[in-house]
Design a protein around this ligand. Structure first.
Ligand code: FES
Length: 212
């Protein structure tokens, strides 16, 4: 009897650390599973817009539907007087990323111009191709009776067509004419609205390389 008590007591003592280890391991495993579940749920919420691709709200989708892809509406034809004088218009566009939709955000500006009796609209980017300052339109003077575009930063000047102007005694550092933008002519004809393909281009180079 005393012999068997002597043999079981050390065995029980040896089992205790193993039991403690199993209990601790179980608790750790349960904690890890819980943490993984929480992490998974958090990631699902975070990535949900990316997975299902956020949609433009319906009323804005309809407002920009139809016409050519990538064009934005800048004005009605009636808002561009046919007097040959360029008018500056802001370009607004809906901005959408994975989490947010912001309608009608300013993304740039253009000059619109049309000749007397014409329904064609000329569109020029208002950014100077030299270094990116904003170009203004200057009223007629002795040298340019029809007026001209001028950049106040380093004196670049451009004719109404957008071509570079060499004004006497004034260097023109622009490497290219003002950037002309495409109009959706079909839509202009059908709806009387001016929709343009608005792009920004790299400055300081002779070619029009679009920024993507
Ligand atoms: S940025 Fe227009 S002339 Fe330099």
């Amino acid at each position: 009897m005393s012999k068997s008590r002597e043999s079981t007591a050390p065995a029980a003592a040896n089992d205790r650390p193993r039991r403690n280890f199993l209990v601790e391991f179980g608790a750790l495993a349960a904690g890890a599973v819980g943490a993984l579940v929480s992490l998974g749920a958090g990631l699902a919420v975070l990535l949900d817009p990316l997975i299902r691709k956020q949609q433009v709200p319906g009323k804005y989708r309809q407002a920009s539907g139809g016409g050519q892809e990538g064009f934005v509406r800048v004005a009605t034809l009636d808002a561009v007087p046919d007097d040959g004088v360029p008018r500056r218009f802001p370009v607004l566009a809906d901005q959408l990323d994975a989490w947010n939709f912001a309608p009608n955000q300013p993304i740039g500006a253009v000059f619109l111009r049309r000749e007397a009796g014409s329904s064609e609209v000329q569109v020029l980017h208002s950014t100077c191709p030299h270094a990116g300052c904003a170009v203004t339109f200057k009223a007629a003077d002795a040298e340019q009776p029809q007026g001209f575009y001028h950049c106040p930063c380093h004196n670049s000047a451009f004719a109404l067509s957008g071509e570079k102007l060499d004004r006497p005694g004034k260097e023109n550092p622009s490497p290219r004419p003002l950037d002309a933008l495409e109009v959706d002519t079909q839509r202009l004809q059908d709806t009387g609205e001016v929709w343009i393909k608005f792009l920004d281009f790299y400055t300081g180079r002779p070619d029009m390389k679009p920024k993507i």
